[in-house]
Design a protein around this ligand. Structure first.
Ligand code: SF4
Ligand code: SF4
Length: 314
């Protein structure tokens, strides 16, 4: 059977896969390594986007120590199956002057896929060149406007013209350098402040991304961020198993591991990579207990999860 995310049968199968019916008997089983590891190089940001709950960020801001990053990468170098390494978190990754060095190290440690999500405001030609040469594999750019007015009203503190020019320069430099990557994903988030002009966004970018490199446009949707925002009504009833703890591990800039990137205040800790290894955290008792609870749809110990969109819909 060919699975297509748009057809009814696939959607039905996927929703079944998220029910406790399927997870509960098998919650003990998981892969020996996460398939994705999200490493927050910084939680500082130069923007104040309207849909981002940064105004409720209560933990300290900072940048991950390079020595800690090195420790994480050295452990991943020995992984039988290397996870995708995300180098971003609840902040703007390009504020980190060591980002290219981190990517180079990840690649030297055998990581096949490195990935960042950026607002592109600081993706100036020199930075673009250095990221491409470091070997970055994929980059998502959040670009939430179709003109100066809608962009500046949504991605507050940033400039439409600067980000637009940076993206055009990046595409030109990537072509000149004749490197295979990074693949570009340009994302739009329709909402009130930008007039939800999806068709205009698609036409603005139609000719720019390079399809031979698998570049694409992506239309996203608003999220409650575990209660940081309230775009969608979430009731009391929890209906879905969140498969995050079976697939990914999120690490904050200070080394603490948390349930996922939605937990932007870091209140659902699962370990500390300053003193533990990834395998100790991933295969340890805290994650096991969490998987058992998630598998039974018991989120009583997880306040962020209880307010998260994902577990309230199939
Ligand atoms: S760029 Fe990202 S982290 Fe920064 S304010 Fe916007 S959504 Fe939040
Ligand atoms: S339910 Fe939401 S907040 Fe909880 S782990 Fe899953 S994605 Fe994160």
């Amino acid at each position: 059977m060919i699975l297509n995310a748009r057809d009814k049968i696939t959607r039905c199968l996927l929703s079944l896969a998220r029910t406790s019916l399927l997870y509960s008997p098998y919650f003990r089983f998981h892969l020996p390594w996460p398939s994705q590891i999200l490493i927050e190089n910084t939680n500082c940001c130069n923007a104040r986007c309207v849909m981002c709950p940064r105004d409720t960020l209560s933990r300290k801001s900072g940048f991950m120590e390079f020595a800690l990053f090195e420790k994480i990468m050295k452990e991943l170098a020995g992984a039988s199956r290397k996870p995708v390494v995300h180098l971003h978190g609840f902040g703007e990754p390009l504020l980190d002057h060591l980002l290219s060095e981190r990517i180079k190290l990840a690649k030297a440690c055998g990581i096949l896929q490195t990935y960042i999500v950026t607002n592109a405001s600081l993706l100036f030609p020199e930075t673009a060149r250095s990221l491409i040469l470091a070997g970055l594999d994929a980059m998502k750019i959040s670009f939430y406007g179709t003109d100066e007015e809608s962009y500046n009203a949504t991605m507050r503190q940033l400039e439409f013209t600067v980000a637009l020019q940076n993206i055009k320069d990046f595409l030109r430099i990537r072509k000149d350098l004749q490197r295979p990557g990074p693949r570009l994903i340009l994302q739009y988030l329709p909402q009130e402040s930008n007039g939800a002009k999806t068709a205009e966004f698609q036409s603005l970018w139609r000719s720019l991304p390079d399809k031979r490199k698998d570049d694409c446009l992506n239309i996203s949707s608003l999220d409650n961020f575990g209660g940081g925002k309230s775009y969608h009504k979430v009731g009391e009833k929890i209906v879905s198993v969140c498969f995050y703890p079976w697939s990914a591990l999120s690490v904050l800039w200070d080394g603490r591991a948390v349930t996922c990137c939605i937990d932007y205040n870091g209140i659902q800790g699962v370990g500390d990579l300053n003193v533990q290894s990834i395998r100790e955290v991933w295969n340890g008792p805290v994650m096991s207990a969490l998987r058992r609870d998630f598998g039974k749809l018991d989120y009583s110990r997880f306040p962020t999860c209880r307010r998260c969109d994902w577990v309230h819909r199939r």
